[in-house]
Design a protein around this ligand. Structure first.
Ligand code: FDA
Length: 309
């Protein structure tokens, strides 16, 4: 828990970022979790994964625009990316994931409306390419506004997906709101350090909350996206899908780029739809540190690689 807090704190330190890049194995360890810095890197990674029978969701890393021009540039990057995926013939298996903060949601009182308009432009580009958009979920300060924006956009773009975090105490009730036909919900455990009055904190409590939410989603009419690397939860998802009489193409599994690749392939070979979340972009650092914070073994891997081992 202490190392998790330290790593989450280090995720905001530019000195630590410089140290990671300067260390002998620094770039290689980042490359395990991040596809690269450019759009071409992202398309190449999507191409490789799709060739292995997987689906992808691409995330451009860049969480905090300083003004609307910056947020507009991030939205334009997504529009360009969707065009490039379409041109490469990959859009049938590649969607994009967006954070509303990256589209300007935190830029003052007008921020949420700015972010919604930029997200709408991305949804239009996704529609034109024949694919869809999923809205990522950030810390609790953004939950309500993110759900409201997603609901507004879903009225225009019914395939728009949204992330729900099982660790939040409110999420079971949010799941109930999102059980309708066509509703795409990506269920995750949750990656931010949240206060206890809002979020379950113990591992077992979070896992139990995840199963409760998953059961609701599997029994509902929507399209559940089971985003976890947890072997127990993956097994339970399979059981719940069978019990709910769901065919394999009525839900999917999702995992992060570079994590449990064998399991990604095993599930795909067993006929499941598996989507890999592929982050790319120059602003990779905070994402990378959140991945390290999730798992003590990742920290050891990181330390060995930094030492050049
Ligand atoms: P957890 O981290 O508890 O791991 C459970 C088990 O999985 C481990 O005990 C181990 O067995 C196995 N495992 C995990 N990592 C492994 C590794 N590197 N190698 C081998 N085994 C490993 N969060 C958020 O707050 N907002 C969001 O929008 C998103 N979006 C998102 C999209 C997708 C596609 C995914 C997969 C995840 C997210 N997340 C997220 C992150 C999510 O909230 C969570 O922090 C991580 O997925 C880690 O949680 P797990 O469910 O994998 O379990």
């Amino acid at each position: 828990m202490l190392s998790r807090r330290l790593l989450l704190a280090a995720s905001r330190s530019s000195q630590v970022r410089r140290a990671v890049l300067a260390a002998p194995g620094g770039r290689a360890v980042v490359a395990r979790f991040v596809a690269g810095e450019t759009r071409a890197d992202a398309v190449a990674a999507a191409d490789r994964l799709i060739a292995h029978g997987l689906h992808v969701s691409l995330d451009h890393l860049g969480e905090d625009p300083v003004d609307d021009a910056h947020a507009a540039a991030i939205a334009a990057e997504y529009v360009g990316l969707l065009g490039a995926l379409d041109e490469a013939g990959l859009a049938g298996r590649a969607e994009v994931s967006v954070k509303l903060s990256a589209l300007g949601a935190r830029l003052g009182a007008d921020g949420p409306a700015l972010a919604r308009d930029h997200a709408r432009a991305i949804c239009e580009a996704a529609d034109a390419a024949g694919t869809s958009v999923t809205v990522d979920m950030e810390d609790h300060a953004a939950t309500e506004a993110t759900l409201a924006t997603a609901a507004e956009l879903r009225a225009e773009f019914p395939t728009l997906g949204v992330v729900l975090q099982a660790y939040l105490r409110r999420t079971e009730s949010d799941c109930r709101e999102l059980l309708g036909a066509g509703s795409r919900v990506r269920l995750v455990k949750g990656a931010y350090a949240e206060p206890e009055w809002l979020a379950f904190r113990g591992r077992d409590e979070v896992d139990r909350a995840y199963v409760r939410c998953l059961r609701l989603l599997m029994e509902g009419q929507g399209y559940p996206m089971v985003a976890t690397h947890d072997p127990r939860l993956i097994e339970i998802a399979g059981v719940l899908a069978v019990r709910a009489g769901r065919p394999q193409d009525s839900y999917e599994f999702q995992m992060l780029y570079g994590i449990r690749e064998d399991e990604q392939r095993r599930l795909a070979e067993a006929g499941e739809t598996v989507r890999v979340y592929v982050p790319y972009g120059a602003d990779w650092y905070a994402y990378f540190m959140r991945r390290l914070a999730e798992r003590p073994a990742n920290v050891a891997f990181f330390a060995r690689a930094l030492a050049g081992g």
